[in-house]
Design a protein around this ligand. Structure first.
Ligand code: CA
Ligand code: CA
Length: 280
């Protein structure tokens, strides 16, 4: 009896074949792996301590706040490896499916199993590549597939994201991208949306994220469309897909190397002499 959704196990006796059962033993809920005698694995303490992150290759410790801040403090860039920028060739780079219905995002290689989906990924343009797939034939009406990143650090005003999407066929419903405050899910802003058949191929999408305080995450939603009308012809359900997500110019410290550059960003029509006069 192991897992979150375990119910109860009851043992009954009765004195005759039609007699009333009498419960003599019951066990309910998760009792872990008691039957095998296997103890739960010990939790490994963070060798860097709380609020720190250990780089994978050289075991260097950096502050947790530098994880997903769009700059690589670890030589192997492991602090930025699970923050959303992803070709999906070796993993999901922190993208996590949070779907609650039967539609969901999952990493997939090669030709999609349903209709309307890609024959290969965008990164390699071949059936060897991987991408994130929503299978149109598997879901129910009005249950959006959702996947999201972990919360990232503060972003610069020039922060934007590019990605490739695949929406082909009558069943290509709707796909959206939003930024969500991880501390307040109602603080959610849609930054991109696409509806309907976009033809057979990968297309680039992009969205401005802009300046955000730390703690926001990116979320894709996909809702395949299913038609019940006999007059509709063509592909009735469509697989939809995402590949090659890249964050661009998102680090606040990337775009302004010094104070005067920052002033010129704020007041682009003024000459540098002005700043000296007003001592800004
Ligand atoms: Ca970092
Ligand atoms: Ca790929």
């Amino acid at each position: 009896m192991f897992g979150r959704t375990i119910g109860s196990l009851n043992v009954y006796t009765r004195n005759s074949i039609r007699g009333a059962p009498r419960k003599i033993w019951q066990k309910s809920g998760n009792v872990a792996s008691l039957s095998t005698g296997t103890p739960a694995p010990p939790t490994t303490p963070n060798p860097c301590g709380n609020n720190s992150f250990q780089c994978v290759s050289n075991h260097q410790c950096i502050p947790q706040a530098q994880v997903c801040d769009f700059l690589s403090q670890c030589p192997d860039k492991s602090d930025e490896a699970s923050c959303g920028s992803c070709t999906f060739e070796s993993g999901q780079c922190g993208w996590k499916d949070i779907s609650t219905g039967r539609y969901n995002f999952h990493r997939f290689q090669g030709s999609s199993p349903g209709t309307g989906g890609p024959k290969g990924d965008h990164t390699t343009n071949s059936a060897n590549g991987y991408y994130m797939l929503v299978e149109g034939a598997s879901g129910l009406f009005y249950t959006r597939a959702r996947m999201e990143t972990v919360p990232f650090g503060a972003t610069s005003p020039s922060c934007h994201v590019t990605f490739y999407y695949h929406m082909f066929g009558l069943g290509a419903g709707n796909m959206k991208l939003s930024v969500v405050n991880s501390n307040n899910p109602t603080d959610k802003t849609y930054v991109w949306s696409m509806t309907g058949n976009q033809g057979n191929g990968w297309h680039m999408g992009s969205a401005d994220i802009g300046q955000l305080k730390a703690g926001y995450k990116l979320q894709f939603e996909a809702l395949p469309y299913k038609t019940a009308s006999p007059s509709d012809t063509g592909i009735k359900t469509s697989d939809m897909a995402i590949d090659d997500v890249i964050f661009n110019n998102c680090s606040p410290s990337q775009i302004f190397s010094n104070l005067s550059e920052y002033k010129m960003f704020l007041f682009p029509t003024l000459t540098p002499v002005f700043f000296n006069i007003c001592n800004l």
